[in-house]
Design a protein around this ligand. Structure first.
Ligand code: ADP
Length: 269
C-alpha cells in the first residue's frame, strides 16, 4: 500500500485556493515499523536471561556460604540488573504504545482517585523532602485508558520529586481550563535550560545523565508520557524557567471530560 502524507495550506492572493502537497512516506513508515519490531523483540529476548541473572544474584546474596565481603559487590550487581529490568520494561511499554494509535480499552477514568494514589507514592519517594499542594476537581473524570493515564501522570509527578532538590514545592492541579481538562504538575525547582525543552520527550534524552541514573530514571518516562497523550488526543506542554521551576501540563480535549454524576449513570461499553 502507498502511504501519503498530505499538507493542505491556503494559497493564492485571497487565500481562497488550497495547495495540497502529497509526500510518499511508504519507505519511512516501513523503516519505522522495522525499528519498532526490532526494539520490541530485542527487549523481549533480553528479559529472560536478565531474570535468571537477577535470580541467581539474589540467592547468592542470601546464601549463608557467601563470604561477607562478597555481599556488597553482589548487591551492586543485583541493583544494576534491576535497573536494566526497568529499562527493558519501559522499552516494551513504548513499543506496545506504538503498536496502535489509540488505547484498545477506554473507560471513564476517576482521575482524582488516581492522583490521590499517585500522591501517596510520591510522598513515599520524597521521604518528606518536598512540600506538596493539591488542587483537584473531584467531579472531573476523563474518558481514556486507566493504566496509561496513571503511568503518564505518575511519570510527571515522580519526575518533579526525582529531579528537584530538597525543599522544593510541588503543586498538582486537575481542573478544566479554557483549552479543556488539564493536569498541571508545577515545581519551583532549578528549572530547565530552554535549549533542552524541545528534546526532553526523546528517548533517553537526559539533561544530566549521571544524576538521572542516580535517581533511578530510565530516560524514557517523558517519551512514554508524550505517546500516551498523543493516544488520548491530548498535548504534553512543558514550560520552564531557570531558578523559577518547571510546569508539565497534559491538556485534553473537552470531548474527553466526564462529570462525575454522568459517569455514575452510564455503564462502560
Ligand atoms: P528520567 O528517567 O531521567 O526521569 P524522563 O524522560 O522522565 O527520564 O525525563 C527526562 C529528563 O528531563 C530527566 O532526566 C531530567 O533531566 C529532566 N526533567 C524531567 N522532569 C524534570 C523536572 N520536573 N525538573 C527538572 N528536570 C526535569
Amino acid at each position: 500500500a502507498l502511504m501519503l502524507s498530505l499538507r493542505i495550506t491556503p494559497f493564492g492572493e485571497r487565500k481562497r485556493q488550497r495547495l495540497v502537497v502529497a509526500r510518499d512516506i511508504t519507505k519511512i513508515y516501513h523503516l519505522n515499523m522495522i525499528r519498532r519490531d526490532f526494539v520490541a523483540n530485542a527487549s523481549h529476548e533480553l528479559r529472560t536471561p536478565l531474570t535468571v541473572i537477577a535470580g541467581f544474584l539474589e540467592s547468592l546474596i542470601d546464601a549463608s556460604a557467601t563470604p561477607p565481603n562478597h555481599r556488597r559487590p553482589l548487591t551492586l550487581m543485583h541493583n544494576q540488573a534491576e535497573r536494566m529490568r526497568l529499562i527493558i520494561e519501559d522499552l516494551l511499554t513504548l513499543s506496545r504504545l506504538e503498536m496502535y494509535e489509540h488505547p484498545e480499552v477506554q473507560e471513564s477514568v476517576d482521575v482524582p482517585d488516581e492522583l490521590h494514589l499517585i500522591l501517596q507514592e510520591a510522598h513515599a519517594l520524597s521521604k518528606g523532602r518536598h512540600a506538596f499542594s493539591i488542587d483537584i476537581d473531584e467531579d472531573l473524570l476523563l474518558l481514556g485508558s486507566q493504566p496509561e493515564l496513571r503511568s503518564a501522570f505518575s511519570n510527571l509527578i515522580f519526575n518533579a520529586v526525582k529531579h528537584t532538590p530538597d525543599g522544593t514545592e510541588i503543586r498538582i492541579r486537575w481542573s478544566t481550563w479554557s483549552d479543556g481538562p488539564e493536569l498541571r504538575v508545577e515545581d519551583n525547582g532549578p528549572g530547565i535550560e530552554p535549549e533542552h525543552l524541545p528534546r526532553l520527550t526523546e528517548r533517553f534524552y537526559r539533561i544530566d545523565k549521571a544524576r538521572s541514573r542516580e535517581s533511578g530514571g530510565t530516560g524514557l518516562g517523558l517519551a512514554i508520557a508524550k505517546h500516551i497523550m498523543n493516544r488520548h488526543d491530548a498535548r504534553l506542554l512543558i514550560a520552564s524557567e531557570i531558578d523559577r521551576g518547571s510546569t508539565f501540563s497534559c491538556v485534553f480535549p473537552h470531548a474527553r471530560a466526564i462529570p462525575r454524576d454522568e459517569a455514575e449513570h452510564t455503564t462502560a461499553p
